[in-house]
Design a protein around this ligand. Structure first.
Ligand SMILES: CC(C)(COP(=O)(O)OP(=O)(O)OC[C@H]1O[C@@H](n2cnc3c(N)ncnc32)[C@H](O)[C@@H]1OP(=O)(O)O)[C@@H](O)C(=O)NCCC(=O)NCCS
Length: 121
């Protein structure tokens, strides 16, 4: 979990070039266990930027160092919030979409955001 959070923070900070905080982590899905000695490979992707918040998707693969075989261990959706230097919540730069796939991911993220907001209400 700590690695997932760090990876999401890196993705969000690279986008905003600001401090960020973790607002929520959801859909943590432990698909398979990790064997001792395996290498964890984390990939993060920014799915959508809302106002100050953004959804980062993290995939964790477990790699066998002897064979190179990899399998998906965990997928998580992390909401990070951009912060200004004075510690206040700040708008995040909007995301430019280049592909249909990116637009679809953003639409799915928007649906998850609505669900999160409904859960908080
Ligand atoms: C996240 C946090 C900054 C939000 O502050 P807030 O006073 O609720 O501010 P707002 O209501 O204006 O929300 C700011 C944004 O965060 C989002 N947000 C707030 N709580 C959220 C939650 N639980 N899940 C997802 N998004 C959330 C809001 O939707 C809003 O997004 P938007 O600007 O894109 O519309 C605040 O709750 C906080 O600091 N939490 C503690 C964070 C922390 O300690 N993280 C470390 C955990 S390991």
């Amino acid at each position: 979990m700590a690695l997932v959070d760090k990876c999401a923070a890196i993705v969000a900070m690279r986008h905003t070039r600001s401090e960020v905080v973790t607002a929520s982590v959801d859909s943590v899905d432990f698909r398979s266990g990790v064997r001792v000695g395996n290498i964890l490979v984390l990939n993060g992707r920014l799915n959508a930027v809302f106002r100050s918040s953004m959804e980062v998707e993290i995939e964790v693969h477990s790699e066998d160092p002897l064979t190179g075989d990899r399998h998906l261990t965990t997928r998580a959706f992390v909401t990070m919030v951009a912060m200004a230097a004075d510690g206040r919540i700040a708008p995040a730069p909007q995301l430019a979409f280049a592909t249909h796939d990116e637009r679809e991911r953003a639409a799915a993220a928007e649906t998850r955001r609505r669900e999160r907001i409904a859960r908080r209400a």
